[in-house]
Design a protein around this ligand. Structure first.
Ligand SMILES: NC(=O)C1=CN([C@@H]2O[C@H](COP(=O)(O)OP(=O)(O)OC[C@H]3O[C@@H](n4cnc5c(N)ncnc54)[C@H](OP(=O)(O)O)[C@@H]3O)[C@@H](O)[C@H]2O)C=CC1
Ligand SMILES: CC(=O)N[C@@H](CCC(=O)OP(=O)(O)O)C(=O)O
Length: 338
């Protein structure tokens, strides 16, 4: 018998990717899989790729049903997970994929999300210094935002090593459309998205304070870009070096040292640059760095799958740690190609 796990929001994109990972996970058995408008519908009517779930239907989300599980994944819209989390008994472990419990700063929450701040949980990015142990010791973990994973993995080691000025950081990151969820939106219609690349929420994106919190950047310009891909994030992070003459090797060495024991983070061989396709369906992050001597900027590029390391994969990695399992259990490192 494996550990019984539940998913609230199982009919969404993040929820569907969680289900795909959980059915293949050797240590988990499926508990309640709940939906909102889709409650009662066959799971395969929403997720036709999950054939092994047979004729199982989505359950209705109640705290009583979810409490039957040892660990609950919340993949709900922002603002919905705090209410349901409060109704779950303390012994039930919870990983929240939404933003409700990520920010430590209530003013930042009010400025970027609005409404009541639910308070911060242990932050679910295991690759941050000391965070693997903190997650393993927690019953409540807030998994990271998708853009935040890509940006922070690129930036944090360079700031921690004293190589980059935390006051001068620029992030431009392109995301696939699944980052916006499966609820229909006018700007995400196929005919609008195909053949188009567009910037959005320029200078106002809600992940800005979370990137600062997780990476140590003191001020940040963040421009998100919508790309005509189903999945993937490619983040380009640039920062001003703290001293003249900084070499690309020094930046790469800082990244390699930070992730020497991180099974999912890969600093690519020199000359190879990250591409989203190589991370598709995995929990991996790919990194590469250089110093642009003309502009005097450190440049780190990172690629992830927004539904993998940016959402469901990261959540399963955290759950593995919370349950005392190897963090790689049930998660892919290598991708699929072409
Ligand atoms: N998509 C991504 O790349 C990432 C998503 N996340 C986070 O995961 C969470 C889910 O995102 P995503 O899967 O993309 O979103 P979707 O819109 O695809 O799915 C939302 C899910 O929440 C359910 N839901 C909708 N409204 C309510 C409500 N009022 N009360 C309870 N349940 C509701 C939906 O049920 P139904 O369909 O039955 O109505 C569905 O299961 C969000 O917090 C998001 O920020 C985190 C990182 C990346
Ligand atoms: C492409 C796209 O629209 N992406 C969403 C991702 C944010 C999100 O809801 O995800 P998190 O849970 O990671 O915060 C956006 O930019 O708002």
């Amino acid at each position: 018998m494996g550990t019984r796990v539940a998913v609230a929001g199982a009919s969404g994109y993040a929820g569907g990717e969680l289900l795909r990972l959980l059915v293949g996970h050797p240590e988990f058995e499926l508990g309640p899989l709940t939906a909102h408008s889709q409650a009662g519908a066959p799971i395969t009517s929403v997720h036709p790729h999950l054939v092994t779930l047979g004729d199982r239907v989505f359950d209705r989300a109640t705290p009583e049903a979810l409490s039957q599980a040892e660990l609950v994944f919340l993949a709900l819209p922002h603002g919905e997970s705090a209410a349901i989390a409060k109704a779950l008994p303390p012994h039930v472990k919870v990983v929240d994929l939404g933003a409700d419990h990520r920010l430590t700063d209530a003013d930042a929450w009010a400025a970027y999300y609005g409404g009541e701040h639910a308070g911060a949980w242990t932050y679910g990015l295991p690759e941050l210094p000391g965070q693997r142990d903190a997650i393993a010791a927690s019953n409540r973990v807030a998994a990271t935002g998708c853009y935040v994973v890509a940006s922070t993995l690129a930036l944090r080691p360079v700031i921690d090593a004293g190589l980059a000025e935390p006051t001068d950081v620029v992030v431009v990151a392109a995301s696939g459309t699944s980052g916006a969820g499966r609820t229909p939106k006018a700007n995400l219609l196929g005919s609008e998205v195909m053949g188009d690349v567009s910037a959005y929420k320029v200078g106002t994106h809600q992940h800005t304070p979370e990137i600062k919190q997780a990476s140590g950047a003191a001020s940040l310009s963040f421009t998100p870009v919508l790309a005509p891909l189903p999945r993937g994030i490619l983040a380009t992070v640039t920062a001003r070096p703290t001293r003249p003459g900084l070499s690309s090797d020094e930046v790469r060495q800082a990244l390699q040292a930070a992730y020497a024991d991180a099974p999912f983070v890969h600093v690519l061989p020199e000359g190879q640059w990250p591409r989203t396709a190589a991370t598709y369906g995995t929990n991996s992050a790919h990194l590469q760095a250089t110093v642009d001597k003309d502009a005097g900027r450190i440049i780190v590029v990172s690629a992830i799958d927004n539904l993998g390391k940016g959402a469901a994969g990261q959540a399963v990695q955290c759950a593995n740690l919370m349950l005392g399992l190897p963090e790689t259990t049930g998660l892919a490192i290598n991708g699929v190609a072409p």
